[in-house]
Design a binder for this molecule. Structure first.
Ligand SMILES: [Zn+2]
Length: 74
């Protein structure tokens, strides 16, 4: 798809690192599938991926994790 940020680039399949900072918890997800703009580098996550990340984040918050590196497995 065409990038909504720079309006010049097009997005391609890629893997990105996502950092979520929620309450007292910082989570780093590696190898998250995303569409990445080939011009400005903007990252687009699918609704499904977003939901999965939030679920993992909420689990970690419940466990009282303060900092964790998670490998996202789609
Ligand atoms: Zn762009």
């Amino acid at each position: 798809m065409k990038c909504a940020i720079c309006r010049n680039g097009h997005t391609v399949d890629g893997r990105v690192t996502i950092v979520l900072d929620k309450e007292q918890t910082i989570l780093v997800f590696k190898d998250v599938p995303a569409q990445v703009c080939d011009n400005c580098g903007e990252e687009y996550l699918s609704a499904k991926t977003n939901k999965e990340l939030l679920k993992l984040a909420n689990d970690a918050i419940k466990r009282g994790i303060s900092l964790e590196l998670l490998k996202y497995a789609a």
